[in-house]
Structure formats: structure tokens, C-alpha cells
Design a protein around this ligand. Structure first.
Ligand code: DAT
Ligand code: MG
Length: 151
């Protein structure tokens, strides 16, 4: 039961479709702690760095166009097991395979418009938060609800 950090991002379709509040509330209600939040127009170079492991894929140029097509909402979330738990809340990469109750399962239909990103490991959580946030943009704070969430 390790305290971890994950990078969650609402992609341009989520912002355009007015799903920002809906998506943030799912992580908030679960009991994770928000430690960074901003609306941001992503430059191409940053999108390419973020998705560098997919550089060889045929869909890479389309993915970069999509992520840079409008503002995204960048978030850092903290909590016990937050990396894997956030991936479960988000659901499968292809929204048609994502379970009902997940963000992609409830709110999306296509892989190329799957509304949200979540880090796939604690190491990538740290890497991606470092990539998308300046140190002064992150906030360490004590949540008063914590004793009611963690025994
Ligand atoms: P995830 O976002 O679930 O971690 P991933 O890391 O494998 O999935 O891929 C990153 C993003 O790239 C994904 O959210 C959408 C896009 N993508 C992945 N596979 C794709 C495919 N086969 N066709 C088009 N886009 C794809
Ligand atoms: Mg991924």
C-alpha cells in the first residue's frame, strides 16, 4: 500500500465535450488527492515527448495532432495505489472494450477519441508529472478527509 502519484490528462475532446467536471469528480469522489491542475495548450514537442514510446506506430502523427488540437486539462493525483486504480477508473484503451462504469466505457466510443490519459506505472507517473508541470505548480497539502478514507 504505497502512496503514489499519477498523471491524468483530459484530452481535447473531453474539454470540447464539456466533460471536465464529470471526469475530475470521478477521481475526487474515489478519494484521491489532487496535487496539480491546469488548462493547457500542449506544444507539439511536449506531446511527442509524452508519447515517445509510440513514435514508431502508424497512428503516431494522428495521435500528436489530436493531443495538440485544443486545450487539455493536466492533473497530478496522489494516493495509495492511485496509478492502477486510476487506470481502472479510466477503462480500456479502446472505449468499445471499456467496461460500463469506467470513464471511457461511459463517455467514449473510439480509441482515437478516448477522452483521458492515465500513467501506466508509478515511474511513468513521476516522469509525466515532471514533464507537464513546473515544480511551483504542484501543491502538497493535508486533506482533512484523509482519516475518513485511510485507517
Ligand atoms: P492508454 O492511453 O490506454 O495508456 P496506450 O498508452 O497504448 O493506451 O496508447 C496511448 C494512446 O494512443 C491511446 O490512448 C490512444 C492512442 N492509440 C493507442 N493505440 C492506438 C491504435 N491502435 N490506433 C489509434 N490510436 C491508438
Ligand atoms: Mg499509455
Amino acid at each position: 500500500e504505497e502512496v503514489e502519484q499519477t498523471y491524468i490528462m483530459i484530452k481535447p475532446d473531453g474539454v470540447q465535450r464539456g466533460l471536465v467536471g464529470e471526469i475530475i469528480s470521478r477521481f475526487e469522489r474515489k478519494g484521491f488527492k489532487l496535487t496539480g491542475l491546469k488548462l493547457f495548450q500542449c506544444p507539439k514537442e511536449l506531446a511527442e515527448e509524452h508519447y515517445k514510446d509510440l513514435k514508431s506506430k502508424l497512428f503516431f502523427p494522428k495521435l500528436i495532432d489530436y493531443i495538440t488540437s485544443g486545450p487539455v486539462v493536466c492533473m497530478a493525483w496522489e494516493g495509495i495505489g492511485v496509478v492502477a486504480s486510476a487506470r481502472k477508473l479510466i477503462g480500456a484503451t479502446n472505449p468499445l472494450n471499456a467496461e460500463p462504469g469506467t470513464i471511457r466505457g461511459d463517455l467514449a466510443v473510439q480509441t482515437g477519441r478516448n477522452v483521458v490519459h492515465g500513467s501506466d506505472s508509478p515511474d511513468n507517473g513521476k516522469r509525466e508529472i515532471g514533464l507537464w508541470f513546473e515544480e511551483g505548480e504542484l501543491c502538497a497539502w493535508a486533506a482533512v478527509r484523509e482519516p475518513w478514507l485511510i485507517e
